[in-house]
Design a protein around this ligand. Structure first.
Ligand SMILES: [Zn+2]
Length: 468
């Protein structure tokens, strides 16, 4: 079909993607809007109808297999953004998806553009049982945590003693805590129930830490008198206790197996580790950005360059600010995909260092600066570390990077210096500096830290450049 789709005309999804729809319809650009791609994942074989006029197009997709229907209101929304008024998204958020009676539909077109890769489409057998809240996309964005959050629980030896007379517990707790306050182990509880049910005593008390070569000690040796009256306590024994407060629920479970431990849970970390941090809407947007990075990597491979691609996004608007790929084998050895993208963002702010004109797949969007601030004006670091005299942030302050492969140490440090907010990468790299070899994003001795998630479209990214 050459001209715009006429209102009321039913067409296969593939044809909708290729047809010039009214300019403000959500399919009016080269890429379908995220809400339609969400619908596409839930409805593997939809056909569509455009209703309304050019000023108010309404696209309705109906899956010819399941009978599920999705609609998307186009007017006033940019194709790169989710449509807040789109019933598809509002239905997804509320856990409702309209069901329609299956009807005879136009056969699905042979050519499909922007179809999900094999494996992304929801299995048809699950179609009737799957809730729209469930994830149809088989990848997980898992957090790459700091060394402290990732390592096993470190144990130290301590002395404990059975409490033979429970009536003395309160007094002993007060006296022992005053003598041995354990300021570096505020997470350790002083008293625990006896683990052996056959023991004559019900409680045990933590007395003090012991050195690594500590032997059996007596109460008289361990407890200074008269500060502590040892009446009511039994023979001390050595026990391993967690040296530091647990930072994740996994560390907490491991720590409490040794000695009762308090835990101040970071719920965001717990949800991230469980793969529940991002909503369906966010996952669809993330997948779209990583697909763009994969596309950039494919463009690089077509030119004989390393197949690594990257995209910088402003998450507050969903706007793609830069798309780039590795240029290190021809232009400069420094031009890894991440470095290219940072430079492209800088070019969008009126700066930048490299001429990337010969690489058409590398592009940037001009920065939108707050009113009265000249983009790219001279910047100077304030004492608080992050704010400049002209009020502008660093190059990537508040932005997200999507990159097909885990960045190296050079790129990771460039991300620190440019103050990126989050990094999403697909496949790990042998020399990766955001989880594999180093965790530069979480080093306490650097003056900027950022969040890192791995695994977005990992299978596709691995296939791009298996040697990376
Ligand atoms: Zn690099």
């Amino acid at each position: 079909m050459r001209g715009p789709l006429r209102s009321g005309v039913e067409a296969p999804y593939s044809q909708l993607l290729r047809s010039p729809l009214p300019p403000r319809a959500c399919l009016g650009s080269r890429r379908p809007a995220p809400c339609l791609r969400a619908a596409r994942l839930l409805a593997p074989r939809p056909t569509g109808v455009v209703r309304g006029g050019e000023r108010e197009p309404l696209l309705t997709l109906t899956d010819s297999v399941s009978g599920r229907g999705f609609s998307c209101l186009g007017p006033g929304h940019r194709a790169s953004l989710p449509h807040p008024a789109c019933p598809t998204f509002s239905n997804l958020r509320k856990g409702r998806v309209a069901r329609r009676t299956p009807r005879s539909r136009t056969p699905f077109g042979a050519v499909r553009r922007m179809d999900p890769a094999p494996g992304l489409v929801e299995p048809r057998a699950d179609e009737k049982t799957r809730s729209p809240e469930q994830e149809p996309v088989p990848w997980q964005a898992l957090p790459v945590l700091s060394e402290q959050q990732s390592k096993d629980v470190e144990l130290v030896l301590a002395y404990a003693a059975p409490i033979l007379d429970k009536r003395q517990t309160s007094r002993l707790l007060k006296e022992v805590s005053a003598v041995y306050p354990l300021p570096a182990q505020p997470h350790l509880k002083r008293v625990r129930p006896s683990r052996d049910a056959s023991c004559p005593h019900a409680l045990e008390m933590l007395l003090c830490l012991a050195g690594p070569a500590a032997g059996t000690g007596s109460l008289a040796e361990l407890l200074p008198q008269p500060a502590v009256d040892p009446r009511g306590l039994g023979q001390p024994f050595l026990v391993p206790v967690p040296a530091r407060p647990p930072l994740t629920r996994g560390q907490f479970e491991e720590a409490r197996a040794h000695w009762p431990t308090s835990f101040h849970e970071d719920r965001q970390v717990t949800r991230a580790l469980a793969g529940r941090l991002f909503s369906m809407q966010e996952r669809v947007a993330m997948q779209g950005h990583m697909e763009r990075a994969v596309w950039a990597a494919q463009q690089a491979a077509a030119r004989g360059l390393r197949a690594v691609g990257a995209v910088v996004v402003d998450p507050s608007s969903g706007r793609v600010l830069a798309t780039g790929h590795d240029c290190s084998s021809t232009a400069s050895p420094l031009l890894h995909a991440t470095m290219v993208c940072i430079d492209l963002v800088a070019q969008g702010q009126g700066r930048g260092a490299y001429d990337l004109g010969p690489y058409p797949a590398c592009s940037f969007a001009p920065a939108v600066a707050p009113q009265g601030i000249r983009v790219g004006s001279v910047r100077k670091l304030e004492e608080d570390g992050d704010v400049h005299v002209d009020g502008l942030p660093y190059v990537c302050t508040g932005y997200d990077l999507y990159v097909t492969h885990e960045p190296c140490a050079m790129c990771a440090m460039a991300l620190v210096h440019s103050r990126v907010q989050r990094v999403f990468y697909g496949a790990p790299s042998p020399d990766g500096a955001l989880g594999t070899r180093f965790r530069i994003h979480a080093r306490p001795d650097l003056n900027h830290r950022f969040q890192v998630f791995r695994g977005v479209l990992e299978a596709q990214c691995r296939r791009l450049d298996p040697g990376s």
